[in-house]
Write a protein that binds this ligand. Sequence first.
Ligand code: F6R
Length: 615
Amino acid sequence: MCGIVGGVTNQNITPLLLEGLKQLEYRGYDSSGLLVLSNNNSFLRARSVGKVHNLEKNLNTRKKRIKGNIGIAHTRWATHGEPSNRNAHPHISNNTVGVVHNGIIENYLELKESQSKQGYKFTSDTDTEVIAHAIEFNMQSSNTFLESVQKAINSFEGAYGLGIISSKHPDTIIAARKGSPLVIGVGKYGNYIASDQIALLPITRKFIFLEEGDIAELKLEKITIYNQNGNKVNRPIKTSKIKEGQVDLGVHKHFMQKEIFEQPQAIRDTLESRITKESVVVSAFGYKASEVFKNVKQVQIIACGTSFNAGLVAKYWLEDIAKIPCNVEIASEYRYRNPIILDRTLFVTISQSGETADTLQALKTAKEINNKIDTLCICNSAESSITRESEFTFLTHAGPEIGVASTKAFTTQLVALALLTCSIGVSKKNINKQNEKSIVDGLKRLPGLINETLLQESQIKKLAVRFKDKNSALFLGRGTMHAIAMEGALKLKEISYIHAEAYPAGELKHGPIALIDESMPVIAIAPNDELLSKLKSNLQEVKTRGSQMIVFEDKESKVKSMKAMKIISITSNLGRITAPIIFTIPLQLLSYHVALIKNTDVDKPRNLAKSVTVE
Ligand code: F6R
């Protein structure tokens, strides 16, 4: 979640560190810092709260310039300890070891207690500081810098991406990763590390991607990598084709297709540092979130379009799982209707761009009506009007979404909302340890399940032909799947220009069934849940009206095949949280392939803009 950059070079490292941090700003941060080893081997550190620009100002106004050939830097998003100078990385132990860290050391309290007994003085509230002390402690009984890091790492539980320097070893940076990404950049004038290759693109195109459990020792002209068993390994150097500031299509025909296929990684990135082995990190919503969530009485969600559909799914989750009342409303309605906003409301806005005018204005209006509410935005853009206007921000790390029709932003919003549900439920003690673990386990399965679902693309492509001459389509679902049906209908409308509507399946006989005949394809989502038998009866009703049907089901749903009905079994053993996310995927693929057949401008559908900054 935070950003790391570091390097050993024959030039002054400070400008490179600063530039790297700027490249990482898109991931969000509340403070930043850097640590450089001076030419006389003493540590020089600068840390600032707020933007990287503040750190830059801090550096420029110092009497003694921070200069040296080796250094590490970090952008922080506060989880353990408030955003402040003292909590900003790098953290130092005994003027000997300096560390930057992404991830969470789950047993840090235990380690802190034993290190305090060993005489270490703590200068921050972070979990990271124990890493610095553990390495410093192990240095005393180790032959090499590397050995001290290896020994220290054995005592950590949790996830880490680490950059470490030592005043006793002025020619070396050590990098280590487990559960948090870390890449090595191989440059002309030195070697570098970063949590994301983007940070190093101004310096190099050559990268080594560390694997789980790897530890690397970087010197000016040499990189040595050890695997988790301590054996020396060769990791290939890859040449990145990413251009600075530009996102390319890779092997895909359209950004929409690329973004559909990026969802496993986008979800991994969104989960990173937000869950541990068995629990959610409530403070990922803000270091004071736990207190707010404990006291909150109701949730009001506001959004537009796809983001609104994500909110609809969350309503089911929040009430069913976290046991807190939740309302969801379209921003353009909410902002004009003088709503009543009770005290202890958590006001949640959801927005990919963070710039949607109606959502932004609804948020401002809500704060005017009741200035005591807590505001949280779930957003994909770190620097946006809505994040600036909100007390808490949770960034979805979907990466840039170029296709106008939202795909990976939606599924990462759902992941964020699942984490919110779990965090509120845990804070209010409405979710016990066992349920929390099962939600976390489900979230961890998502990337694999999505990959499995993406394998169905060729089957779904064949189905798209059925829509060639159709003017309308009906999407059906029950419970959270109604919201997913709405998202499926929205996708089809947007990019294929086919009129599509979504209905809760139980509502059919109250009107829409009159529309159904052979010319109206019906798409139903049939997870194996407590509403399945009811949905099956609804499918019978549709079938008798002669419609062509497509049913996306769970392998265990066992929907009975009927004439002109195509059943696609997606995957199995889905839960309340995983099912809506997984069933979104075939609907995205279906719309995409229908749009290809209709020959529309998939990434830039007519009349639509990616960011709706006007009413
Ligand atoms: C649909 C779509 C739009 C956006 C809506 C809100 O594919 O992209 O419906 O979801 O305009 O945008 P954000 O999330 O940026 O507030």
